[in-house]
Design a protein around this ligand. Sequence first.
Ligand SMILES: [Zn+2]
Length: 135
Amino acid sequence: MTLSTGRSASATSTWATSAYAPASPATRRSGAGLAASNPGTEPGQHRYGAAATFDDARAAFALAWQKLAATRTDADYQAWRDHRDWTMWKYRMHDLHLPLPTQRPDGVARCFCGEAITSATMDDHVLGAHRSIEQ
Ligand SMILES: [Zn+2]
């Protein structure tokens, strides 16, 4: 699970579990809102709510997360990690102004590590050579 928080503009505190993973796996608490991305969660499975205080929102969030987490599998968590690692790799390629194979006329690009990659080899390369890279 990734937990993130943010300050709400309203007087209430809000919480949500969501299918959409933020780019960073960092966990932080800094305001009156709570949100979490859940591995394997499909759109429509999210839960949300509002409470009068941050502590009430935190308690409601914790209960919702506990119920949802009990339905997640190891494959769900692995799919989330794969997506996270692939996204971090893609952002690093973008930040270094390196094209992806699909952005090259010949379909061959070079990873920042120096490896030649194609659309057919890119996923295996990223998930095999670049696990848990940081920006
Ligand atoms: Zn590489």
